[in-house]
Design a binder for this molecule. Structure first.
Ligand SMILES: [Zn+2]
Length: 124
């Protein structure tokens, strides 16, 4: 892939990373604040909208698992950015084939071509 083309994906990845980081921090913040106040039995220090977020553990677990997924995406974005620097971006990590652009447009942090991604899904 040409450098100029990589630059476009790099910008997309950086934008995506900034957005995910913001989201992850917010979610972590909400989940942590919630468990702290519950441990103290003190809800009065929380802003009202925080108290409304949820009153059972299920909701906290859901938030944390969502965070984990976003953390995984973040790691994939970091790897893709490294690969742009190395000049190997757009190549399948598994077989070395070129990842189609329409796939990269949909998932700029995709590390595998469609065939390898499908094979990996079947293994899981
Ligand atoms: Zn492949």
């Amino acid at each position: 892939m040409k450098k100029a083309e990589m630059q476009v994906y790099k910008e997309q990845l950086l934008a995506l990373r900034a957005r995910l980081r913001g989201d992850v921090n917010q979610l972590a913040d909400a989940a942590l604040k919630k468990s702290r106040s519950e441990a103290n039995g003190d809800l009065s220090s929380m802003p009202i909208h925080m108290a409304d977020i949820g009153s059972d553990n299920f909701e906290q677990e859901f938030t944390l698992s969502l965070m984990e997924n976003e953390g995984g995406t973040l790691a994939q974005i970091e790897t893709s950015l490294e690969r742009i620097e190395e000049g190997t971006y757009g190549q399948c990590e598994e077989c070395g084939a070129r990842i189609p652009k329409n796939r990269l447009n949909a998932i700029p942090y995709a590390a595998l071509c469609i065939r390898c991604a499908e094979q990996q899904e079947q293994r899981l």
